[in-house]
Structure formats: structure tokens, C-alpha cells
Design a protein around this ligand. Structure first.
Ligand SMILES: Nc1ncnc2c1ncn2[C@@H]1O[C@H](COP(=O)(O)OP(=O)(O)OP(=O)(O)O)[C@@H](O)[C@H]1O
Length: 275
């Protein structure tokens, strides 16, 4: 087994009792006729960090985008099967996808602040959502939670694009937090960052997981091992027609996935024999 440190004792938690926020059953996702991901079953626990790992093209981002219905915005994309959010069908007729995306925020691979001031980046969501309360306090709170306040408190009027990449990513996390979501989805949030900025985001994730449910897609297995409570390992399988489909191979507590996986394919991947 590789020398990978699994989420350390500084953040002990009882993850025996999984309190489901999302329950995914028999989920398949299509882009047009192409079945990109086939038959996924997994559960996302409340205030846990769940990592999705696996080789390129196995459908991690596709599944992640189902959790806040971002795939609805891709023409031809369609989900089959069920995802419940607190027991309710996330794709039910009565569900408003805009409200879904407020409650389930997203942070992308490349930091994407608006070309506006730091302040306005944070204030934008609360304004659009008609949130009550003093905006200055709200902005400070979100930036503090995202561990950025001390670095930007004297330059809130400055353009957000003047910040470093790592600061921009924390700003994007602050922007996601500002609308008080319950869940934060992160699609490779550190892949454009240097190791120091990556460590800051990882520390921040640990901190945020006290209040938020986090799902992260990462290419970095060490990162999954360091930050997550549970890990889903995906791979791509080729069917009889030579078409590749993403499959969930194994979903378990992170410590188990990295020390004693039950599937040979998981073991091969985490030991670097594949992928
Ligand atoms: N918008 C899209 N339209 C058509 N096919 C898509 C679209 N997005 C993804 N796919 C296809 O779906 C499959 C899964 O892609 P996805 O991006 O979810 O994988 P991934 O595991 O996140 O990959 P990576 O690690 O490289 O980001 C791939 O075959 C990809 O080409």
C-alpha cells in the first residue's frame, strides 16, 4: 500500500452513523444517447466530506453535477434513476432547480470570481436572493468563514481578479457560502493551485465540514485520503459495443478504501498500478 495519510486524529469524528443528505439509487446519466455513467448507488452523509476519485472520464464530474442539477443546463444531458435530498426527489416536478442551486453550492476547478470588487463578489448572491441583514456583516462573515477576511479586509473595493489564484478560490468558496447553502460541491478545487494554496483550501474544507456537507471531485488521491470521510472510487468500463461507461466500483469509509479496499480495481488504482 502507498504511504498515504488518512484524515488525521486532529479531526476525529464518528462516521459510523451516516445521516444521509443525498441518497443516489441506480443513477445513470446520459449526454444525448451516450450513457456516460451507469447505475450508481451511493449516499452522501450530513456534514461529512465525500471524495469522488477515479481515472479521467469515469464520470466523477458528471455525477457531481447531478447533485445540484447543473447537468440540467447542458443540452441533451439527462439523469435516470433517483437522487433524493433529505428524502425528497431532487428531480421531482415541483422542485425548483434555482432553489436547489442556492442550497447546494458549487466551486469549480478554475477560480472564477466575477470581474467586480471583492465585496460585490460576495454580496451578489445575497442581493439576488433578497437576503435580509446588514450586507457588510454578511460579507465579513462569509470571508471569515472562508479564511480570507484578514487578507482582504483592507481592500474590499479592489477587483477580485487582483487576488492570487489561491485567494480567488477562497473568494469563490466565500461567495458560495454567502447564500447560506447546506452543501458545497467542489470539482477539483485545487488543481489550479500551488501546494501552499492547496493546503489552505484543504484546511478550510476541514473547518467548513463542521457546518456544511461537502462533496469533492479530486484527481489527487492523497488529497482524498487527507480530507475526506468517505470515498467513492469510479472507473470506466468498456461494454460489448466498445462503449465506455463510468461505473462506481466501491464506496466506503476513506480509511478503508485506502488501507483495505474490497475491490481489486480500487487497490490497483490507489497503489498506482492503474490510471
Ligand atoms: N457536456 C458533455 N457532453 C457530452 N459528453 C460529455 C459531457 N461532459 C462529459 N461528457 C462525457 O462523459 C464522460 C464522463 O465525463 P466526466 O467529465 O464526468 O468525467 P470525469 O471523471 O470527471 O473526468 P475528468 O477527471 O477528466 O474531469 C466522458 O466520456 C465525457 O466525454
Amino acid at each position: 500500500m502507498p504511504n498515504i495519510t488518512v484524515r488525521g486524529p486532529e479531526a476525529p469524528r464518528n462516521i459510523e452513523a451516516l445521516d444521509p443528505v443525498f441518497t443516489v439509487a441506480n443513477l445513470s446519466v446520459y449526454y444525448g444517447d451516450y450513457e456516460a455513467v451507469r447505475n450508481v448507488d451511493m449516499t452522501i452523509g450530513n456534514r461529512e466530506i465525500t471524495a469522488m476519485i477515479g481515472p479521467s472520464g469515469c464520470g466523477k464530474s458528471t455525477v457531481l453535477r447531478c447533485f445540484n442539477r447543473m447537468n440540467d443546463l447542458i443540452p441533451g444531458a439527462r439523469a435516470a434513476g433517483t437522487i433524493t435530498y433529505h428524502g425528497e426527489d431532487l428531480y421531482g416536478d415541483h422542485v425548483d432547480p434555482i432553489e436547489v442551486r442556492r442550497r447546494i453550492g458549487m466551486v469549480f476547478q478554475k477560480p472564477n470570481p466575477f470581474p467586480k470588487s471583492i465585496y460585490d463578489n460576495i454580496a451578489y448572491g445575497p442581493r439576488v436572493n433578497g437576503m435580509k441583514g446588514k450586507m457588510d456583516d454578511l460579507v465579513e462573515q462569509a470571508l471569515t468563514q472562508a479564511a480570507l477576511w484578514d487578507e482582504v479586509k483592507d481592500k474590499l473595493k479592489q477587483n477580485a481578479l487582483s487576488l492570487s489564484g489561491g485567494q480567488q478560490q477562497r473568494l469563490c468558496i466565500a461567495r458560495a457560502i454567502a447564500v447560506r447553502p447546506e452543501v458545497i460541491l467542489m470539482d477539483e478545487p485545487c488543481s489550479a493551485l500551488d501546494p501552499i494554496a492547496t493546503t489552505k483550501i484543504e484546511d478550510l474544507m476541514q473547518e467548513l465540514s463542521r457546518d456544511y456537507t461537502i462533496v469533492i471531485v479530486t484527481h489527487n488521491m492523497q488529497q482524498a485520503a487527507r480530507v475526506s470521510d468517505r470515498t467513492a472510487f469510479f472507473t470506466a468500463e468498456v461494454d460489448e459495443q466498445q462503449v465506455r461507461h463510468g461505473r462506481l466500483v466501491e464506496f466506503d469509509e476513506t480509511s478503508r478504501i485506502f488501507t483495505n479496499p474490497s475491490d481489486k480495481r480500487t487497490e490497483d488504482y490507489i497503489t498506482g498500478r492503474f490510471g
